[in-house]
Design a binder for this molecule. Structure first.
Ligand SMILES: Cc1ncc(COP(=O)(O)O)c(C=O)c1O
Length: 381
């Protein structure tokens, strides 16, 4: 017999990003502006804490929800940075990356056939996550005209009034768009009016360059209907340690923990020790990485402007989302890869609204970034 994948799995195509990187792997001298992960290593103090925990033989499971000490530190940090208060015992869940949090939340709150609105362009995991949870994804396209910010017009145009949940991601992957508190207010009003659960992926919250990050959960009446995801992958350059967390009302976090305790049991113990140290002593390292990303962001935006490539002023995460110099972004990205050995990701990999754009990651050292921009300039002139 052959084992047939389930229909749910069959409907989800492989990630558009992966397909592109398989092409790139076959070439030499590639400069990749395609990856969505920091080029820095985790701060040394965090790595050392992980090593020490191993030397001391701390290799067992932790509590399902994560070590209490870590949950307390997370709650304290989130309160300090984003003015959000959560009870470490009932409202914080330590997860295996923010990715696990998103998956758990979708499975914990979505019933078969529920509609989940997903703002697009967006991180590649949300639509498959909705499908794996048995829900129906409803794309909500955003465009360059509104700097890829979500507006209530976009919500009404997509028919989100009838949806059950809304997935948001600001600062955004792939566009680099952010939303200020006053821009989030009408979105919060819409969510309250139409009784939506909001799943807010704020993994890039520390990488907001033009203004302080506002979590939608801080707006009136939102805390009780929002699950926030965050973690250590981006701001602390700890992608491989796989550590994130979810914050939300006790019923939501309790339901998520019920799935988590039967599937993951607990997030990696070694990574939890690294995260404790990261929260206790690595603020300066985060600030330094943010400063360097901001320098690169400014360089990328000004070089695109000089080249005549239209790009809205991306203000968060580590991505720019310029218009493709050719109408067909995929053809442009493939030709750029073949001729100049520079990898960028076509915007179509991120859903509706991505057409005709390119995602350019500046999580790349300054020398490589400059060389890649020179090659792009040569390619289009
Ligand atoms: C918006 C967004 N959320 C979540 C993730 C994954 O985060 P983690 O490594 O914590 O699972 C990524 C990674 O690229 C991302 O861009």
């Amino acid at each position: 017999m052959t084992i047939e994948p389930s229909q749910r799995v069959e409907t989800v195509p492989p990630s558009g990003i992966r397909r592109f990187f398989e092409l790139a792997e076959e070439m030499d001298d590639i400069i990749s502006l395609g990856v969505g992960e920091p080029d820095f290593s985790a701060p040394w103090a965090a790595r050392e804490a992980a090593i020490t925990s191993l030397e001391l033989g701390k290799t067992s499971y932790t509590a399902n929800r994560g070590r209490r000490e870590l949950r307390e530190l997370i709650a304290g940090d989130v309160d300090r940075r984003y003015d959000l208060e959560y009870d470490p015992d009932e409202e914080v869940l330590v997860t295996t990356g923010a990715s696990e949090g998103v998956d758990l939340a979708l499975r914990a709150v979505i019933d078969p056939g529920d509609t989940v609105a997903v703002v697009q362009p967006s991180y590649v995991s949300y639509v498959p996550g909705v499908i794996f949870a048995g829900g129906e994804p409803l794309p909500v396209p955003t465009t360059q005209e509104t700097d890829f910010k979500l507006t209530t017009d976009a919500l009404y145009d997509a028919g989100v009034e009838g949806a059950d949940a809304l997935v948001l991601c600001y600062p955004n992957n792939p566009t680099g768009a952010t939303m200020t508190g006053s821009e989030l207010e009408p979105i919060a009003e819409f969510a309250r009016e139409h009784d939506l659960v909001v799943l807010s992926d704020e993994i890039y919250s520390e990488l907001s360059y033009e203004h302080d990050h506002t979590s939608i959960a801080t707006l009136p009446g939102m805390r009780e209907r929002t699950i926030v995801f965050n973690g250590f992958s981006k701001a602390y350059a700890m992608t491989g340690l796989r550590l994130g967390y979810a914050l939300g009302p006790p019923e939501a976090i309790g339901a998520m923990n019920r799935i988590h305790q039967y599937t993951m049991l607990s997030a990696p113990t070694t990574a939890q020790y690294a995260a404790i140290e990261a929260l206790e002593s690595c603020d300066d390292a985060v600030a330094e990485m943010r400063r360097q990303y901001d320098r690169r962001r400014r360089l990328v935006l000004s070089r695109f402007e000089e080249m005549g490539i239209e790009c809205f002023p991306a203000s968060g995460a580590f991505y720019a989302f310029p218009e493709s110099p050719w109408d067909d972004g995929e053809a442009f990205a493939e030709a750029l890869l073949e001729q100049e050995h520079v990898a960028v990701v076509p915007g179509t990999a991120f859903g509706e609204g991505g057409e005709g754009h390119l995602r350019v990651s500046y999580a790349t050292g300054m020398d490589d970034l400059k060389e890649a921009l020179d090659r792009i300039e040569r390619f289009i002139s």
